[in-house]
Design a protein around this ligand. Structure first.
Ligand SMILES: NC(=O)c1ccc[n+]([C@@H]2O[C@H](COP(=O)([O-])OP(=O)(O)OC[C@H]3O[C@@H](n4cnc5c(N)ncnc54)[C@H](OP(=O)(O)O)[C@@H]3O)[C@@H](O)[C@H]2O)c1
Length: 262
């Protein structure tokens, strides 16, 4: 395989990350698989090596633990074969903001945002210097919708979207592709892990369909891919509305409605 052909995937032991591992192995990419569950990582690696004749390393890590996270960062910094990072590991949480413990929300933020940005930061300078490579960040449509009642989870996913858009603006001119993928409800273990019964949801996307669609966006080099969004023009309209709002911001001038005598 050519240089920079290896894909490092976090949260690869199951769900969306495991589906990415399948798809990238089928495309002939070598893989580095990261998650906590070594048994599952080994089983997946053995199967994909057998099916696709690719080289697969497993790198067990709890991305909320500083030493483990640092080991993955070091691998991303130093291993010039890795040309793509799939920043997928993440968790959700049930309950409202006041029911969630301070420690549990901090843990969620650590996994969904701190680990994700540290890993992106570890690999981006090397990719930019090489003038190629890709970073896929898994967000969520929940990051667009405070109305969904998943406040902290949604806030972490809003962070992922903003980070991806900003990184894309900075890195695309240097030859590095950054994609944010925003799934809606997808059939994985995330729901059960968060104590939510998936059967209470009306519509759920199958994980293979989600990842195949995300890879269509990847191949098109879309900065933001939202597989469940039916009318793509809605996203463009949202971005145009945001640009319009920005054009109305005047740094030195208080808006008339806030003038004391208005
Ligand atoms: N499924 C959905 O409905 C949905 C919708 C929108 C966005 N997403 C996003 O998609 C991504 C993948 O979620 P999923 O649905 O595939 O969930 P999942 O089936 O629960 O898989 C989560 C993955 O992350 C790993 N992981 C969890 N905590 C970790 C930690 N502390 N350190 C390292 N790895 C950890 C898990 O492996 P180990 O347990 O082996 O560590 C597992 O491989 C997440 O970012 C999620 O927010 C999912």
């Amino acid at each position: 395989m050519s240089t920079s052909n290896t894909v490092l995937i976090t949260g690869a032991s199951t769900g969306i990350g495991a589906a990415y591992a399948e798809r990238f192995a089928a495309r002939g990419h070598d893989l580095v698989l990261v998650a906590r569950d070594i048994t599952r990582l080994e089983a997946l690696a053995a199967r994909l090596r057998e099916q696709h004749a690719v080289s697969i390393d497993i790198l067990p890590a709890d991305l909320t633990q500083t030493a483990d996270l640092a080991a993955v960062e070091a691998r991303l910094r130093e291993d010039a074969n890795i040309g793509t990072l799939v920043n997928n590991a993440g968790a959700a949480q049930s309950g409202g903001f006041i029911e969630q413990s301070t420690d549990s929300v901090a843990q969620l933020v650590a996994l969904n945002t701190t680990a994700l940005v540290r890993l992106a930061s570890a690999i981006a300078p090397r990719l930019a210097a090489a003038g190629n490579g890709a970073i896929i960040n898994i967000g969520s449509v929940v990051g667009l919708a405070p109305e969904f009642g998943m406040t902290v989870y949604g806030a972490t996913k809003a962070f992922v979207l903003f980070l991806s858009q900003g990184m894309s603006l900075e890195l695309a001119p240097k030859g590095v592709y950054v994609q944010a993928v925003l799934p809606a409800a997808t059939r994985t273990e995330i729901w059960e892990r968060a104590g939510i019964d998936i059967n209470t949801l009306t519509d759920v996307m199958e994980v293979g369909d989600l990842v195949d669609a995300a890879l269509v966006g990847f191949d098109r080099r879309e900065p933001v891919t939202i597989p469940p969004l039916q009318d793509g023009a809605r996203w463009d309209a949202l971005q145009a509305a945001r640009q319009g709002l920005l054009a109305q911001i005047k740094q030195s001038q208080v808006a008339e409605r806030y003038l004391a005598n208005a």
